[in-house]
Design a protein around this ligand. Sequence first.
Ligand code: FAD
Ligand code: NAD
Length: 465
Amino acid sequence: MDPQSQPEVYDLVILGSGAGSKLLAWTFAGQGRRVAVVERKYVGGACPNIACLPSKNIVHSAQVAHYVRRSEDFGISIDSFRIKMPAVRDRKRKMVQGLVDTHLALYKESGAELIMASGKFVGPKTLEATLSDGTKRLLRGENVVIGTGTHAVVEDIPGLRSAQPLTHVEALELDVVPEHLIVLGAGHVGLEFAQAMRRFGSKVTLLDRNHCVLHSEDDDVIEGLGSLLKDEGVDLVLNAKIKSISGVSGQSVRVTLEQNGVAKSLEGTHILVAAGRVPNTKDIGLELTGVEVTERGYIKVNERLETTAPGIWAVGEVAGSPQFTHISEDDFRVVRDNILGGHRVTTGRQVPFCLFTDPELARVGMTEKEAKAKGIAYCLFKIPMTSMLRARSLMETRGFLKCLVARDSDHILGFVAFGVGAGEIMGCVQIAMLGGMPYTSLREAVLAHPTIPEGLISLFSSASS
Ligand SMILES: Cc1cc2nc3c(=O)[nH]c(=O)nc-3n(C[C@H](O)[C@H](O)[C@H](O)COP(=O)(O)OP(=O)(O)OC[C@H]3O[C@@H](n4cnc5c(N)ncnc54)[C@H](O)[C@@H]3O)c2cc1C
Ligand SMILES: NC(=O)c1ccc[n+]([C@@H]2O[C@H](COP(=O)([O-])OP(=O)(O)OC[C@H]3O[C@@H](n4cnc5c(N)ncnc54)[C@H](O)[C@@H]3O)[C@@H](O)[C@H]2O)c1
């Protein structure tokens, strides 16, 4: 790039086209501002291409396989069936292509310019975008947003890199059912993939260094998820200190580990790393901008999502926000309002999540662990899913509903559902929390029978402890 060349000037330049970024682009361009988005690979970011939506697509195919296996329970005989992974993958690919097309139409409609290129800063508020043919463009924004996301961590465990492990990106492209899949990490990604692959017919071993899955959740949740996996035949190897890995994923791999002081080794055909994320902040020229990063490499932001450099903002995972699409989307609202001269902050917002195991696990607000640690007095309502009539009619009675209510005010502090329709029922409780409603409003509501939300009447009519 000729250092003398003049940058093209925009009102807003965005690096990375994920959830928060694209909403900013479409909103500001829709208002007639000049907006450019620089994206190196995925139109619309991770969620529609390699994360939430394709993984839920695959999880759903696996659920269909599970239903087929259970078909006798529903009075339907199926003599034999087979999993066709290329067709499973095609269904996912078609959905992804449809989503990409929708994104492209929204760029066109809004007038935001999508530049498919790899971007890096070459000065304050100035980016160099390198297109696939090597062409370079210099872009300067009055405001600049960084939304470069994260990627899967591949730790420095001896042999792990040379084993060419799958990440979620490659696992979503599999056209074979792995004979024996070893999953490293029993967090969100590991749990969803472990169950789905097991349902497609893989032998699955799920490893984690902690003594349980999702260790920050309450013990009943941990126990529920653990038994679900065990009942479906996933081997859980916890307290696992991985020492080394040999072989190549897709052929054969051997994992050497220590569990409770005992040396062990495991053999499988494939290995999937699902051990957390690393921010995409290396090699993007942040040092030329005054944008500082934290010790773990995430962009330092304040509660308004301003970085340490004036006029540069950050959204989504790279800004250290909780790692969910709906949070990246809320980051969009924060930056939008602040760019427009308002004052909106990230503090105090709800951070709900839904883990798409089957059944789902959904939670909003406080866990019992947190309430106890903070010394907050609460009453506990808890019912098994067998008390929910809809669950009985579906024959999906695993799990429970649980709600923490403030002892002094009847207000809901936290809600967790582990069971069929957990994500949907959580949404109902969350809306009540947003509206500041006491739990008694839900208990006294007229909710259609037999629906999943109707279970809230049973929950709040039960005796609290
Ligand atoms: C397997 C999996 C399943 C998930 N499931 C869910 C779910 O069910 N629900 C949920 O809420 N969350 C889920 N998540 C998390 C969710 O995907 C992310 O939180 C969400 O995508 C937000 O990402 P983001 O906006 O921070 O950035 P991203 O969507 O990651 O976007 C960043 C973009 O920046 C681009 N980029 C990076 N560097 C450059 C550069 N130098 N030049 C140009 N472009 C660049 C990348 O190509 C990428 O497209 C899942 C994650 C994974 C891995
Ligand atoms: N349904 C959803 O909303 C959904 C689904 C998938 C991912 N996500 C998001 O993506 C984020 C990243 O997911 P993830 O599963 O990669 O990370 P995670 O932080 O959820 O889980 C990583 C797990 O790997 C384990 N681990 C890490 N290093 C290890 C090692 N060396 N040996 C053994 N175990 C090790 C950790 O103890 C942890 O349990 C999640 O935190 C979540 O926010 C959300």
